[in-house]
Each structure stands twice: as structure tokens, then as C-alpha cells.
Ligand binder design. Structure first.
Ligand SMILES: [Zn+2]
Length: 250
């Protein structure tokens, strides 16, 4: 299973990264996890635009889903004709939200380009991946993910405040891709995002093999992000996500 970080900038794109998007590959199957602002551009450095087999969205905040509009254009208006529909697993209401975002009448909205499937907490098979989802702690319905293949596992926090469900999803995972939107400080918002230290605490409780900090907000000093996470004792390494970084779990 191979992870390619397409975008890891938190809340809005940064100078060196689009907003959230991750490419997971196994057995030639390509799954895109989130499609935040700008992701379709950087994706083309790592995969053919039409080589994506499925899209999974964590939630409907713009920095996690809005490039589905760009991808709709790319799949629908190619000079050689529309590309085949691909599945989009996403929270309830996604088809309408995306149609509104682009100003499309419903029907059909984007349903001729994408086969929308409403996510529920639980486990399903998507291509070669066993995919488990659980509700996170965020102001809108948000799913964290665990993807497993060939005895390897990757967990993804999406956006969340402190969450026992995230620890459950990530338990003994080889890699936890965890948001670290906040730095230590007074009066931090509750039930919204994690600090880097909280991300590391979740990783420690779950016993993950390695922690990759993501959803890195451009106004933060990421040297501090890594330093604050590194103060939490962990069995495995902790590092920062970066657009273009590839992690091969074998
Ligand atoms: Zn969010």
C-alpha cells in the first residue's frame, strides 16, 4: 500500500501545498481521500487525471471537498467525451452540495460524472482496500478513515477535536495521518481541531507505528508543530506531511 500526499495544507492552500488530499494505491487501484482546494493540479504530478478509481470525502468543508468541482469539469468536458462514472463515498447531502457549489441544476447535478454513495460508520470494501469509517469530533458530519490492505493499515483523522473514536480507528495502525491544526496556547477552541501535542497523544494511545502530522495551517510555524508533537513519548517516528511525499508501506 502506497500513500502519496497530494495536499496537506490546513484550512486553505499554502504556497507549497494544496489543501487536503491523499492518494492511496494498492494492486493498481487508486483511491483519492479528500479533494481539497487545489488538489487536482498537484495530483497530476503523481497520477493520470483519469486513472482514479474511487474518491472518498471526509466532510464537506471546502478545504476537503471543493476540488470535486474541478474534477467534474475534467471528467465531463474532455474533447474525446465524458469519462466513465466513478464512485464518490461521502457524507449525506454531498451530491446536492457539490451541484450547488458549481451552480448545476438537479437532476442531474454531477451524478453523470460521479456515483455518489452515502457513508455510514462501519466497514466496507472499496477495490482492494478494507475501509472503516467513524464519526469524528467536528462541527459538521465528518468521517475518519482506516484503510487496510495486505496486512498494512493507514488511519486518517480528517478534521477533529479530541476523539476516542479516532484512537479506535488508529489502534495499532502502521501509520496515522493526523491533523495538527493548532499549537499550544490559551483559549483553544473545543471540538474543532487538534493541537500537535494532542495529535501525538492520540497516536500514543492508539499505539501506531508512525505519526505523520497533516492539515498544517500556513499561519503556524511548522517547526513548532513538530517540536510540540515530539515532546510526547511515542514508540515510532513523528514527521510532517509535505505535498509530493510518498510513503510506501509495502
Ligand atoms: Zn473541517
Amino acid at each position: 500500500m502506497r500513500l502519496t500526499i497530494i495536499g496537506c495544507s490546513g484550512s486553505f492552500p499554502g504556497p507549497d501545498s494544496p489543501a487536503s488530499s491523499y492518494l492511496l494505491e494498492a494492486e493498481g487501484f487508486r483511491l483519492l481521500l479528500d479533494l481539497g482546494s487545489g488538489a487536482i493540479g498537484a495530483l497530476q504530478r503523481h497520477a493520470g487525471l483519469y486513472d482514479i478509481d474511487a474518491v472518498c470525502l471526509s466532510h464537506l468543508h471546502a478545504d476537503h471537498c471543493l476540488d470535486l468541482c474541478a474534477y467534474y469539469v475534467a471528467r465531463t468536458f474532455h474533447p474525446d467525451g465524458p469519462r466513465p462514472r466513478i464512485p464518490v463515498y461521502a457524507p449525506a447531502g454531498t451530491a446536492s452540495r457539490m451541484a450547488q457549489a458549481y451552480g448545476l441544476a438537479e437532476p442531474p447535478g454531477m451524478t453523470e460524472a460521479f456515483d455518489f454513495a452515502t457513508l455510514e460508520p462501519g466497514t466496507r470494501q472499496i477495490g482492494p482496500f478494507q475501509v472503516t469509517t467513524a464519526h469524528m469530533n467536528h462541527p459538521v458530519e465528518t468521517f475518519g478513515y482506516r484503510l487496510e490492505h495486505g496486512g498494512r493499515s493507514i488511519a486518517y483523522s480528517a478534521d477533529t477535536g479530541e476523539s476516542a473514536a479516532l484512537i479506535g480507528l488508529a489502534r495499532q495502525a502502521d501509520l496515522l495521518l493526523c491533523e495538527a491544526s493548532l499549537l499550544d496556547g490559551p483559549d483553544l477552541p473545543a471540538n474543532l481541531h487538534l493541537t500537535a501535542r494532542q495529535a501525538a497523544q492520540h497516536a500514543a494511545r492508539a499505539g501506531v507505528g508512525q505519526l505523520v502530522l497533516t492539515h498544517l495551517v500556513p499561519w503556524n510555524d511548522q517547526v513548532l508543530t513538530l517540536a510540540e508533537a515530539s515532546e510526547v513519548p511515542l514508540d515510532g517516528p513523528v514527521s510532517l506531511a509535505a505535498s509530493g511525499r510518498v510513503i510506501d508501506l509495502g
